[in-house]
Design a protein around this ligand. Structure first.
Ligand code: S3P
Length: 167
């Protein structure tokens, strides 16, 4: 593997948890897009959304993706919205390995019910809205080169590692 490996998928699909472990197994650096965006802005993701708006967040996200695309071999967890726009998505597809961690919404719901991290676009009290957002995003995630069932974290790690060896 010479370029980056990008994990994409809906909020709560385990991109960071899986990414960290995959990086460890492959002895590569792990990068978390949201962390990099927050560091660049000097505030939390929630504060960026609240104070600067989603458009500003997406601009920084796109820049962070650009940097990761030229960073050589590494493992990156992207935010749930990073693979939706044409530019960052196509940059990721051409520069590295893209893997969609596909997790059914009920599993995501259970995971995020017990989560303390604040996600500005996830509203646990609006199951219909979350279903609509989930359905709307699926076709974009499906454009990733690989799809891995992310329901079981251990199995996902194994499968992602195997994918990197195939190429
Ligand atoms: C977002 C997902 C979040 C974060 C931001 C927007 C989204 O990342 O980038 O809150 O649009 O789905 P996670 O997927 O890690 O929750």
């Amino acid at each position: 593997m010479t370029g980056p490996l990008f994990l994409v998928g809906f909020m709560g699909s385990g991109k960071s948890a899986v990414g960290r472990r995959v990086a460890q197994q492959l002895d590569l650096e792990f990068r978390d897009c949201d962390r990099l965006i927050a560091d660049a802005a000097g505030k939390t993701v929630e504060e960026i959304f609240r104070e600067d708006g989603e458009t500003a967040f997406r601009e920084t996200e796109s820049r962070v993706v650009d940097q990761l695309c030229t960073g050589g071999a590494l493992v990156a967890a992207t935010g749930g919205g990073a693979f939706l726009s044409f530019r960052p998505r196509s940059r990721m597809i051409v520069s590295g390995i893209t893997v969609w961690l596909d997790v059914p919404l009920p599993v995501i719901r259970t995971r995020l019910a017990g989560e303390r991290q604040n996600r500005p676009l996830y509203d646990r009290d609006d199951p219909v809205g979350m279903r609509l957002l989930y359905e709307k995003r699926m076709p974009s995630y499906a454009l990733a080169r690989h799809r891995v069932d992310g329901t079981d974290l251990d199995r996902s790690v194994e499968q992602v590692v195997r994918l990197t060896r195939e190429r």
